[in-house]
Design a protein around this ligand. Sequence first.
Ligand SMILES: [Zn+2]
Length: 423
Amino acid sequence: MTPTLGSPTLLRGATLIDGSGSAPLPDSAVLIEGERIAWAGPAAAASVPPNSVEIDVTGLTIMPGLIDCHDHMAHTGFDLMQRAAAPMSLTMMRIADNLRVTLEAGITTVRDAGGLDIGFKLAVEESLIPGPRLVLGLSILSRTGGIADPRMRSGAVLDFMELPGLPSPVRDGVDECRQGVREVIHAGADWVKCASTGGVSSPTLGPLDAALTYDELATIADEAHMLNKRVFVHAYGGQGLVDAVAAGIDCIEHGAYLCRHPESIERMADEGFWLVPTYMVIALHAERGSPWAQRKARDMQDDHRRTLEVALTAGIPIAMGTDAGGYGHGHNAVELQHLVENGMTPMQAIVASTSDAARLLEMDADIGTLEPGKFADVLLIDGNPLEDIAILDQQDQLRMVMKGGSVYVDRLQPQATRIPSLH
Ligand SMILES: [Zn+2]
């Protein structure tokens, strides 16, 4: 269903930003054979196999597809009436559309931080629907009254939002937490997701309220690690964040108030625990959220900015995540603007969204840079994102999106320019 490039194909003439953090290489060439990159380097040094096709992409930037380490592909807006009224089949079609839109925006890999079940991952892998490579968290393990509890204070139960392949997220006490880890892994989780603080969008527990105990967190980490899975935790600040780090949770999501916890910063840097700061969703909550979400989001923005500064200084590894799917899909690259506004260089933001994100996901042998042997997850962009990071979200300037050597967006010049190579 998806056009593949003639194979092998040489993309010649673009400026290469390979995702490693190396300086951009003008007048580059990238050779793609089948699903993978066969060669990348200066165009003058390219040797081209017989029967290859050459595409002149002079004037464009070529870079790896972006990796969003925190999104929710199954979220389709905060309008509960609309979601409650939708038959499950319609909900699933909307989710399939979210996947397509996200891929077409240049996001070639997504770690889903809760809500998507394994059927969608299998459907993408079988090429039944277009979508990013998927790394799944499935259910968000949290307490009664925590961020994933579908029971409202009113007595209403919002379980209509749950896909059938998801284990129950509500877990109280160490035994239920251990069982929860076993259930999500059995249901296909690649990572175990939990929530150790309240949140911004929830009306009850706040971002500084602890929502899992140290013992519960240590049990989740222990059980996941025993099965060679890693854990990512929704944690904004306060004791829930401190305990998550002390319990050996591998990756902190949001972490807005991390700057207030020097001992946690030190431990994260020492152990190589990751931070995925998700500025985009906080900005959207502050602008368009419920009255309480707007207040909580605005309250944390100064600390959140400071957190990136101290994390960079401490050497905590950082990967890009948006968490923004509830507000719509396909603008994930806006997170790179926020990373730059909060203190990263454009190159640091690109590395956090490519090679570092791939390292977090332990997929760096296959994705994250444009190097021989890796999947051809490739973007061609009209413009230089190092000069203007915002162009990554300007989709008319996104001229090609390729995932695994298959082309999902093609806004290059007409076929006539695709000359068979004379080499
Ligand atoms: Zn999230």
